[in-house]
Design a protein around this ligand. Sequence first.
Ligand code: IYR
Length: 223
Amino acid sequence: MASSIRSVALAPYPRYTEDEMRSRAKALHQALNTRRTVRDFSDQPVAREVIASCIRTAGTAPSGANQQPWHFAVVSDPAIKRQIREAAEAEERAFYEQRAPDEWLEALSHLGTDADKPFLETAPYLIVVFALVSRTDEKGHRTKHYYPYESTGLATGLLISALHNVGLASLTHTPNPMKFLNQVLERPANERPFLILVTGYPAEGVKVPDIERRSLEEICTFY
Ligand code: IYR
């Protein structure tokens, strides 16, 4: 290893007994397995500090060359939510009515989605996640980022888990195309819209599609 790199001691990783490991692993699986994507949100407000804390968790994700190539634009302003809804619904109408191939619509049919996106105004927060393909410093020097989408995906996974951990529901929404998010939120061109994480409490009595997780045998091979 290059000796010139600055390093610090790893904060201690606890050594659990094997029993503790089993039960901790199971407990986290049980907790995250109750997460479901919801499409119907309560308009009940959520403390901004809670959202901020969950985003700090997202920011702990590993990233290519530790460039942390993400930005989270947190929208609670009703006027901005409305603009996002209007632009997203326009794109979605074009998607559902013209652009989407039949095969794609068929794959979506069990979810019951359509071009109406009321949750973009109902939910207290729209966390618009951007992946940064590069960054320009104060001197105008541009640095390319590596694996920006993979890194931002990892951060988003942590964010979804962090939100679930505090009892908040989320919906990963990807209007297609999403370029309008740069205009509405005045984000520069190096920041590429990745997805909108619609966030809040689930609406009372909300129903979700009756779907199942694939089994361990199907998603995993031990060699
Ligand atoms: N963006 C559209 C369509 C859509 C696409 C996928 I892949 C989904 O998992 C769900 C929806 C929409 O939001 O309706």
